[in-house]
Design a protein around this ligand. Sequence first.
Ligand code: APR
Ligand code: ZN
Ligand code: ZN
Length: 361
Amino acid sequence: MAQEVRGVIAGGKDQQVRVETIVVPDPGPGEAVVQIQACGVCHTDLHYKQGGIGDDFPFLLGHEAAGVVEAVGEGVTDVAPGDFVVLNWRAVCGRCRACLRGRPWYCFDTHNAGQRMTLTDGTELSPALGIGAFAEKTLVAAGQCTKVDPAVSPRVAGLLGCGVMAGIGAAINTGNVGRGDTVAVIGCGGVGDAAVMGSRLAGAARIIAVDIDDRKLETARGMGATHMVNSRETDPVEAVRELTGGFGADVVIEAVGRPETYAQAFYARDLAGTVVLVGVPTPEMKLELPLLDVFGRGGSLKSSWYGDCLPSRDFPMLIDLHLQGRLDLDAFVTETIGLADVEKAFARMHQGDVLRSVVVL
Ligand code: APR
Ligand code: ZN
Ligand code: ZN
């Protein structure tokens, strides 16, 4: 029996979001219905509402979520009703070339639920990133559910579903930050702060936070940054070099997604160092660098999709570290709100007042 629940809908470009009744079908083969307990508000949800990610309105927003599996469809064996899970938007297929050669975090054929959730009049909804979790319940592919220790609070667990995982993974998976490395993180919003925390977890000796906003630098200090650089006042490339014995950092993580900050990252790293781009650029942006510098400085220039995470490997591990007191994920939750407060949360996010507002159900 399909069920009716409440969900947050973006009905058209730049319209205010609203809470509406949505219809969630029973899970078909390979699908699961999850009762959502918490879901963070991410920039990507705002981009959907603004029409920046296609015009497939109406969207069912929300994608950084944790909850309890209510029902599973035919053939689902990895999760069962009652399991506490974190949702991910890259359910790996296990069959594509990337998966078959043992690199499933690059999976080229990630999948979502086959059936669609609808409004009560039958209008099909487009769930944000194939999830749609600003809702009491949502329908996903079973592979989008990763079981973690239920001792963790849902509002913290859900964070791993997107931005925080992207940042931590940019440091520990893509950047391969190791003990004793020097790291610079450019842009200290939620993603950059998570990269700072991931670098600390990995044993970085120096973690230099770079931002144009002193409030953000202060927060980054709390996450583990050892040095702070306001790049509005100081040339960040010079500053990073000075703080690393004149060399530049071993790993520079760009968490803004702009050509000028990418160029800063490129020149702030030591010879043969690594640049990780985790900030997401827009289609019109272009990068210009002397090709001789790209060659001559060596090393690697990488991008990080979703922190190159493998949910089945990374989510349970990070939750365990959090439960042991070794990863303070609570630091990312600025406020908890209700389903009706998402529009207000977008405004606060836009003003830079919050790291994460988390909808709690
Ligand atoms: N130099 C340094 N820092 C900057 C600059 C700049 N030129 N411009 C902006 N910033 C800082 C902001 O002050 C803010 O602290 O970058 C940070 C961006 O943080 P958020 O807006 O909170 O974004 P976040 O959620 O961290 O995501 C960062 O990753 O996932 C992508 O789409 C997302 O591109 C975005 C990036
Ligand atoms: Zn695959
Ligand atoms: Zn997101």
